[in-house]
Design a protein around this ligand. Structure first.
Ligand code: MSP
Length: 506
């Protein structure tokens, strides 16, 4: 079986993690967990992108050497992963030896093949920002914006990678591999970009301008351009692990699809004679209260604080329920609280509480067997089977938000079933038929709850575990079997109470 190899973008360590980083990790984690539940062998990689100008500048600003700086910020990203319960198998840092070795090896190989050449580069350079500028950076009147300081035209020798030679091949690859770019409409954007002739890619920076990078193996006077270095993480992390490469999915944000992931990366692999990833999955961006996320203006959400206040699963649920993969979305405290209170505290929380309370009150805390199957029971069971089949199909196509909506609709229907059967009334009757119905209703609500939370396992793993725990249930190892309606809880001893999502106020 081919390993399902999943990666996230590796984050720049010039600043602390934010909600956008958290989302990408949670989304990837849901995919990884779902594939594992489906029985796939998964390898899930995330990590940090630690070289380049911006990192060097940030380290300088903090008055520390770049290595100490990246060590500390990278640790924050690692801690965020742990907090979000990300189930990554590996965490790569581009300053690690294992990565640098592979980057240098591939550079040497491309150089030996004649895919890299040296040439003069002439352009406008901002000393203050330490970067080459392009015409698009100019003010409408042609002058340079204030932030660039003094701009001079300079000529610099650099190394170039022959992108242009692969343009027709890449267009053909994208046209003939429909699943290379997801969502599919984004492939159009890539093909649009490829209508213009590509320029070869400048992959070096002279050492006197930039120290913080991987030296070129064939010319130590230069370091590697950060994107060329960073993209190779996906390969370097598994280069010595047989059977993993190529990647199945690279999960990235829409901003880094074109050109790095959809143009540079496939061409780099093709030139190096390595197999291409199956798909790039480009997700949308979060805004906060309708505006761009920005630390300086305070329009900022700290994912860690949300986990501490509401629980990690509340945040995971919101991120996945609110955003349709590929589209943009907005994060607001009001919308977060609405979903938290109505969907998690009321709908799911109520079902858990009622199931535990009534099983304790009417059955000595032991789940009875179902004895009757009348319309309310068979309808609920039919709804379950439909919900499960749809939810799995929706997971397969990354429509997790719809899968969650359907699952919660099933939970709503289970609460409605309880209202309909009204066990609290049946409990007052000594009629044997009512008693059989009472036992049936207790068994049915517990079974429906067990099934519903099994379906939530990829998005809210901790909640699934907790609810299985209070139901006194240990699931088997085959997820698909766990999704079959089957009175599995008969005889299980349930807990007295459980507080999962206490109601929250603004
Ligand atoms: N270091 C590069 C990626 C190299 S991959 C070989 C980079 N880093 S980043 O830290 O700027 O962004 C990391 C990921 O976070 C990207 O996929 C980016 O799209 C994502 N997000 C950053 N801000 C975001 C939002 N506001 N919303 C959603 N995702 C966002 O790019």
């Amino acid at each position: 079986m081919k390993t399902f190899y999943l990666t996230t973008a590796i984050d720049y360590v010039n600043g602390s993690p934010h909600l956008g980083h958290a989302y990408e990790k949670v989304l990837s984690d849901v995919i990884a967990r779902f594939r594992r539940l489906m029985g796939d062998q998964v390898w899930f990689l995330t990590g940090t992108d630690e070289h380049g100008q911006k990192v060097q500048q940030s380290a300088r600003k903090h008055g520390v050497d770049p290595q100490a700086f990246v060590d500390s910020v990278s640790q924050e990203f690692r801690a965020l992963c742990a907090k979000l319960e990300i189930s990554n198998d590996d965490f790569i840092r581009t300053t690690e030896e294992r990565h640098k070795r592979v980057v240098r090896q591939i550079l040497q190989q491309l150089y030996d093949k004649g895919e890299i050449y040296k040439a003069d580069y002439k352009g406008f350079y901002s000393t203050r920002q330490e970067q080459f500028l392009q015409d698009k950076d100019r003010n409408p009147d042609g002058s340079w914006p204030e932030l660039f300081g003094e701009v001079t035209e300079i000529t610099e020798s650099n190394y170039f990678f022959k992108l242009k030679a692969y343009q027709d091949w890449l267009i053909e690859h994208i046209r003939t591999h429909e699943d290379f770019i997801f969502p599919r409409y984004r492939a159009k954007q890539v093909l649009e970009f490829l209508k213009e002739p590509l320029n070869d890619l400048c992959i070096s920076r002279p050492r006197e301008r930039l120290e913080w990078g991987i030296p070129l193996p064939f010319d130590e006077g230069f370091v590697t351009y950060v994107w060329f270095d960073a993209l190779l993480n996906y390969y370097s992390a598994v280069a010595d692990k047989p059977g993993i490469w190529p990647a199945t999915f690279h999960v990235i944000g829409k901003d880094i699809l074109v050109p790095p992931h959809a143009v540079y990366w496939p061409i780099m692999l093709q030139a190096a004679g390595l197999p291409l990833p199956r798909s790039l999955l480009a997700h949308g961006w979060w805004s906060i209260n309708g505006a761009k996320m920005s630390k300086s203006t305070g329009n900022f959400v700290d994912a860690g604080t949300y986990c501490d206040t509401y629980g990690v699963d509340a945040l995971r649920y919101f991120l996945i329920r609110e955003m349709s993969v590929g589209q943009d979305s907005d994060f607001s405290q009001a919308q977060f609280l609405t979903r938290y209170n109505t969907e998690l505290a009321n709908n799911l929380g109520n079902l858990v509480n009622r199931t535990l309370n009534m099983t304790n009150r009417f059955a000595g805390a032991t789940v009875p067997a179902a004895e009757v199957a009348e319309a309310p029971e068979t309808d609920l069971r039919a709804l379950w089977e439909k919900t499960r089949d749809e939810a799995i199909a929706l997971h397969e196509t990354f429509q997790f938000h719809v899968a969650l909506e359907r699952t919660f609709a099933f939970i709503t229907s289970t609460n409605a079933y309880i209202e309909l059967r009204a066990p609290w009334k049946l409990g007052k009757s000594s009629d044997p038929k009512d008693q059989a119905l009472l036992r049936t209703s207790l068994a049915t609500m517990a079974e429906a709850l067990r099934l519903g939370v099994t379906l939530l396992a990829a998005v809210m793993p901790g909640t699934t575990r907790k609810i299985q725990g209070v139901l006194g249930y240990t699931p088997g190892s085959v997820w698909a079997d766990e999704l079959v309606w089957g009175n599995r809880l008969t005889g299980c001893k349930v807990a007295a109470t459980a507080i999962l999502f206490p109601r929250a106020t603004a």
